[in-house]
Ligand binder design. Structure first.
Ligand code: NI
Length: 162
């Protein structure tokens, strides 16, 4: 496993459409391992392949708390099939370091995806996990949360001091 460099806002790759994964190659397996390590190292809740410069439809999400066991979800070719409700809250992104913004997302989503063995799976998610799924899937279509943020982004440093 290796920690990969996280691309930051302004990098054109973050605006591009990612391609479906058709086959579980060693390269894809390696990508998944590296994404997990990179996400955990950076203390993030999720990471999408374009954030490490790879235009493939792969995301990893881990909403477990700091003092809990890591519990990552690996999603290949994910697609939201249902959503409902609304939640408004702070969102950040490893590609937009030091910033948070207020974003409204569905409060419930259902998604289908392939797991790391390419087995079809379905997940129902609420609250933070629902938000994370929406955020990471947006990356696969070249979108960042900053496009959806209400008002200005804020500094995380200021938040901590307040
Ligand atoms: Ni992000």
């Amino acid at each position: 496993m290796a920690i990969r460099i996280i691309r930051e806002i302004g990098d054109e790759i973050l605006t591009k459409q990612s391609r479906e994964v058709t086959e579980l190659t060693d390269r894809v397996s390696q990508l998944i391992d590296d994404m997990l390590e990179t996400m955990h190292d950076a203390g993030g809740v999720g990471l999408a392949a374009p954030q490490v410069g790879v235009l493939k439809r792969v995301v990893v999400i881990d909403v477990s708390g700091e003092d809990e066991e890591p519990n990552p979800i690996i999603m290949i070719n994910p697609r939201i099939t249902a959503s409902s409700g609304e939640q408004t809250g702070d969102e950040g992104c490893l590609s937009v370091p030091g910033k948070v913004g207020t974003v409204t997302r569905p409060d419930f989503v259902k998604a289908v995806y392939l797991d790391r063995d390419m087995k079809p799976c379905e997940i129902e998610a609420t609250e933070l996990l629902a938000r994370a799924i929406c955020h990471e899937l947006d990356h696969l279509d070249g979108h960042l949360y900053v496009e959806k943020a209400e008002g200005d982004l804020r500094d995380t440093r200021t938040e901590e001091e307040e």
